[in-house]
Design a protein around this ligand. Structure first.
Ligand SMILES: CC(=O)SCCNC(=O)CCNC(=O)[C@H](O)C(C)(C)COP(=O)(O)OP(=O)(O)OC[C@H]1O[C@@H](n2cnc3c(N)ncnc32)[C@H](O)[C@@H]1OP(=O)(O)O
Ligand SMILES: CC(C)C(=O)C(=O)O
Ligand SMILES: [Mg+2]
Length: 514
């Protein structure tokens, strides 16, 4: 039975989702969780895109030992050089280089003839193969490319040194039958095809990314690319958790498996959702809140009599716990630390103490502390530790249906000075944000604001995501608190602090880029 390699591109194509902006520590946290999930390949970023991307790819390649780490590069020598510099210390360095092949992309985007496209692809693959032990080459927009030309260029890049050939459905245009036929065509028309592995990379514009990926497997693909929760450019990529569980549950049909630790799926999904701010829809297959919920009487009756009447996947399979309430205000530090370890949240001894204080503080006010709450507070504390320039001391909001909402905010600045301002707005959040803007010394444009509850119940924690422009830089921020206004303030300050941190890092001479 073939084992399908899972190529995770959450940190590259996933990060191309509109509004998603992960920083260095967040990417590393996700990469570590992907390693626990046991994906085969992590595409950590696009090293030539920016100093920040270069540094995160490099750090991930150096830190992750149980997966191969790759980075994307255009068919451009300087992109390949940047990829090599960032990936060379990895456990198994590999490059993913690509060039568009379709007539639309050749004519309008690249402004190259077929011959020029072939020449550029061959030259750059040769250059990459002289550095990297493994070269993956992608024919961008393959599914809208003339098949004879696709076969011709693939044969030539294989001869130039490519070992994995990826056939992306870049714009999510193909259908399962058609995509399968492309793989068959290539197997019959590319003389050297047996020397390489074939990979599928599907987008979900027409909602067919998973169906297309499965069809690719049925027609010879041995590697599937996708992202956690299906995040990605436009409508997103194939959701890896859906693919892996489909192969597991319908093994009788596909007769193929993956190496994924399926029990890590729920945790990975929740981490990616928290850090990207991309909320998982309740009805999303495998990881949605309702994916295992039975609402109607006939279904409940059936499930009570025999689960398999309406349940084809057991929640345990993907790591959902039926009773996740584990810790409370009477818990001690040992139990707390132990639970964090069970949840795969790596925390140093030195960090446990402040985290435990935050935990106790919340547990005092909140009836139940779920695993989700724990993960949320640990991530919040751990990932924003080095990025605290403005810190919230307190807020006070006055709101009444017939009065002007007023906010008073007290912060501490980077030199521990106390900053206090008051302001008004049309609503409580506007009053709060107008006042915070006065405190942080620069114009702030709020571009997006989203709120979500962590877990259920009246005492659930509030998680707020904001996207804003501060000091001319667009960024995002997260805030967690029991109160929505406090969570809103924290999200705002988190975003502002990220910009200050980024500016400091790029100003410092020791940034890890070339
Ligand atoms: C299908 C995909 O997901 S592809 C990956 C998409 N991801 C990203 O683009 C994120 C990272 N990108 C970036 O940071 C920037 O686009 C950079 C650094 C790569 C390039 O930035 P810029 O030099 O400013 O170029 P810009 O992005 O405006 O245009 C892209 C250029 O690359 C060319 N190009 C696009 N793909 C390729 C390729 N595979 N190989 C060679 N050149 C390419 C375009 O034709 C265009 O060239 P032109 O300037 O001669 O017209
Ligand atoms: C870079 C390539 C593989 C890509 O993301 C796409 O074509 O969708
Ligand atoms: Mg893509």
């Amino acid at each position: 039975m073939p084992t399908i390699k899972i190529f995770d591109t959450t940190l590259r194509d996933g990060e191309q989702s509109a509004g998603v902006n992960l920083n260095f520590s967040e990417k590393l946290e996700i990469a570590r969780q992907l390693e626990r999930l046991n994906v085969d390949i992590i595409e950590a970023g696009f090293p030539a895109a920016s100093k920040g991307d270069f540094a995160s790819v490099q750090k991930i390649a150096q830190s992750i030992r149980n997966c191969s780490v790759t980075g994307l590069a255009r068919a451009v020598i300087s992109d390949i050089d940047a990829a090599w510099e960032s990936l060379k210390d990895g456990a198994e360095p590999r490059i993913h280089t690509f060039l568009a092949t379709s007539p639309i992309h050749r004519q309008y985007k690249l402004k190259k003839t077929k011959e020029e496209v072939v020449e550029t692809a061959v030259e750059t693959v040769k250059y990459a193969a002289a550095k990297f032990p493994i070269v993956q080459w992608s024919a961008e927009d393959a599914t809208r490319t003339e098949l004879p030309f696709l076969a011709e260029i693939i044969e030539k890049v294989i001869k130039a040194g490519a070992r994995i050939i990826n056939i992306p459905d870049t714009v999510g245009y193909t259908t399962p039958k058609e995509y399968g036929e492309i793989f068959q065509y290539l197997k019959n028309h590319v003389p050297s095809i047996d020397k390489v592995s074939l990979s599928a990379h599907c987008h979900d514009d027409l909602g067919m990314a998973i169906a297309n990926s499965l069809s690719a497997i049925e027609n010879g693909a041995t590697q599937i690319e996708g992202t956690i929760n299906g995040i990605g450019e436009r409508a997103g990529n194939a959701a890896l958790e859906e693919l892996a569980v489909a192969l597991y549950i319908r093994n009788d049909h596909y007769q193929a498996s993956t190496r994924l630790n399926l029990e890590e799926i729920s945790r990975t999904s929740s981490l990616v959702s928290k850090l990207t701010g991309m909320v998982v829809p309740a009805n999303k297959a495998i990881v949605g809140r309702n994916a295992f919920a039975h609402e109607s009487g006939i279904h409940q009756d059936g499930v009570l009599k025999e689960k398999t009447t309406y349940e084809i996947i057991s929640p345990d399979l993907v790591g959902f716990q039926s009773n996740s309430m584990v810790l409370g205000k009477h818990s001690g530090r040992h139990a707390f630390k132990n639970r964090l370890m069970e949840l795969g949240l790596e925390v140093s001894d030195e960090d446990v103490k402040p985290l435990f204080t935050v935990f106790k503080d919340l547990a005092d006010r909140k009836k139940e502390m779920t695993d989700d709450d724990l993960a949320a507070i640990v991530l919040e504390e751990k990932l924003s530790k080095e990025q605290r320039f403005y810190e919230l001391i307190g807020i006070q909001i006055q709101y009444g249906t017939n009065s002007v909402p007023t906010a008073t905010v007290t912060l501490s600045g980077s030199n521990n000075e106390v900053i206090q301002e008051a302001g008004t707005g049309a609503g409580s959040i506007e009053a709060l944000y107008n006042t915070l803007e006065k405190c942080v010394n620069e114009t702030v444009n709020l571009l997006d604001y989203r709120i979500q509850s962590v877990g259920a119940g009246r005492d659930a924690l509030a998680q707020v995501f904001v996207k804003l422009k501060y000091d001319g830089v667009e960024t995002s921020g997260r805030g967690l608190a029991q109160d929505v206004l406090e969570a809103s303030s924290r999200a705002y300050l988190n975003a502002v602090n990220r910009v200050i941190y980024m500016n400091k890092k790029t100003a410092a001479p020791a940034v890890e880029a070339r």
